[in-house]
Each structure stands twice: as structure tokens, then as C-alpha cells.
Design a protein around this ligand. Structure first.
Ligand SMILES: *[C@@H]1O[C@H](CO)[C@@H](O)[C@H](O)[C@H]1NC(C)=O
Ligand SMILES: *[C@@H]1O[C@H](CO)[C@@H](O)[C@H](O)[C@H]1NC(C)=O
Ligand SMILES: *[C@@H]1O[C@H](CO)[C@@H](O)[C@H](O)[C@H]1NC(C)=O
Length: 216
């Protein structure tokens, strides 16, 4: 991995987590036992809509970073190799858990409260716009779901409205935590496992260039 040592760690309000364990912590923070779901078209449709919007943000940010990469010295930012590796990943969940990992990597300086590197400084404004748009678009899907399933989550909906206008850097962490936060509020709306790659790394299952990232 090409980041400097200090910025390669990834903190989400925890004393010392690597990028990988940081993402795992994220998955466990709101860990909820999810009952076996009975088929529920309404929930499925909502999950698909939210995932599609979430994935759009990951994709847009990564493509923006990839395009800006050539103008940055190789050791100042994430290696091009990781983006190329992403292109080889087949399977929706595998692809987006890899994208989620790269996304967290691009943003890791923010989690650390470090000064963002040059790539992040360039990517950040577009990224925030995409995330605000995400929350703005997710809201009607969730309110429709809540109405149809006769549930109320006023605080969740209020938070999402607010996030659609949020400009602070906390927006990035909130976005990363969104799948878990949603699951903790509405267990039946469990999105795909975005921490799959991070977990595979911890378990020693993932291989290739990703294991290089583990040790830096
Ligand atoms: C790596 O970073 C150092 C300073 O941190 C810089 O002097 C050097 O040119 C960089 N090397 C490459 C290949 O970008
Ligand atoms: C709403 O936001 C507040 C402040 O950020 C947070 O403490 C609370 O847990 C959030 N609630 C939900 C349901 O997301
Ligand atoms: C967020 O901005 C929209 C317009 O973009 C506005 O209609 C809405 O009231 C704002 N919400 C909050 C909570 O500030």
C-alpha cells in the first residue's frame, strides 16, 4: 500500500484500528441478530433501491479518484493497482465490498482527523455532493417503506433529511456507517455485506495485493 504509515490506519472512534479492523469494528458496532427473513417484496425492493444508490456513490468517488490519480506521485496516494484489481472482481457483493474498502482507503485521512492528502482534497467536494444526493434520494424510499410497513422511525428520517444538507466531513463517516445504522433501526433492511473484503482479510481468506494492504 502506498500511503504513509500514519494515514494507513483507519479510526472510527476507536483507539487503534487498521483500515481493515476499522471496517470490521464498523460492522460490529451495531451488530444485531437478524431473524431469518420471510420473503417480503416491499423490503426487497427497498433494499435494492438503497443499494443501487449507495453503490452509485462508491462508484462515482472511485472513478473520480482513479481519473485524478495520474497527476499524483505514486507514493502519496493509493496505488493504481488497487483500482485495476477492482476491475477484475466479478460478483456484485464482491465488487462493492472491494469498492467500499477502496472508498474507505481514499477517505482514511478523514477518519484519522489527519490533513487530507492531495487526492482526497480533490475528490472530497464531489464526494460530498454525491453523498448528500444519496441521502436525499434514499429518504423517499424509506418513508414509503415505513408507511407501507406501518412503522415509524422519526429520528432516522429526520437524520437523513439533515444529512441531505450536511456539509461537514462527518458526512463521510456517516455514509460509511449507513448500512449498519439502517440495519440496527430496521433489521429487515439488511443491505449486502460491504465489509466482506475487510472480513476476508482478517480471516486470511483474501489474497493477492489486498494482503499487502493489511500489513502497512
Ligand atoms: C515519494 O514521496 C517523497 C516525499 O514524501 C518524494 O520526495 C518522492 O518524489 C516520492 N516518490 C514518488 C515516486 O512519487
Ligand atoms: C440521529 O443522529 C444523532 C446525532 O448524530 C445520533 O446520535 C442518533 O443515533 C441518530 N439516530 C438514528 C436513528 O440514526
Ligand atoms: C435541506 O435542503 C432542502 C433544499 O435543498 C430544504 O428543502 C430542506 O428544508 C433542508 N432541510 C434541512 C433539515 O435543513
Amino acid at each position: 500500500m502506498a500511503r504513509s504509515g500514519s494515514s494507513s490506519r483507519f479510526l472510527i472512534g476507536r483507539p487503534c484500528c487498521s483500515l481493515v479492523t476499522g471496517l470490521i469494528c464498523l460492522a460490529l458496532v451495531h451488530s444485531v441478530r437478524v431473524p431469518e427473513r420471510s420473503p417480503n417484496t416491499l423490503a426487497e425492493n427497498t433494499i435494492q433501491a438503497v443499494e443501487r444508490l449507495f453503490n452509485q456513490v462508491l462508484y462515482a468517488t472511485i472513478e473520480d479518484a482513479r481519473q485524478r490519480l495520474p497527476s499524483h506521485p505514486a507514493n502519496e496516494t493509493i496505488d493504481r493497482q488497487y483500482f485495476e484489481e477492482l476491475d477484475l472482481v466479478a460478483g456484485n457483493e464482491d465488487y462493492y465490498s472491494t469498492a467500499f474498502y477502496i472508498f474507505a482507503w481514499i477517505n482514511s485521512d478523514l477518519m484519522y482527523h489527519n490533513t487530507p492528502d492531495k487526492l482526497l482534497i480533490e475528490v472530497l467536494p464531489g464526494e460530498k455532493i454525491a453523498i448528500r444526493r444519496f441521502f436525499g434520494k434514499v429518504k423517499p424510499h424509506l418513508t414509503k417503506y415505513l408507511r407501507s410497513s406501518r412503522q415509524e422511525r422519526a429520528e432516522l428520517v429526520a437524520n437523513i433529511s439533515q444529512l441531505a444538507n450536511e456539509t461537514g466531513d462527518s458526512l463521510i463517516t456517516t455514509f460509511l456507517e449507513f448500512p449498519q445504522n439502517l440495519k440496527s433501526q430496521l433489521p429487515e433492511l439488511q443491505l449486502m455485506d460491504y465489509t466482506k473484503l475487510a472480513q476476508a482479510l482478517v480471516q486470511g481468506v483474501a489474497s493477492g495485493i489486498w494482503t499487502k494492504a493489511l500489513n502497512t
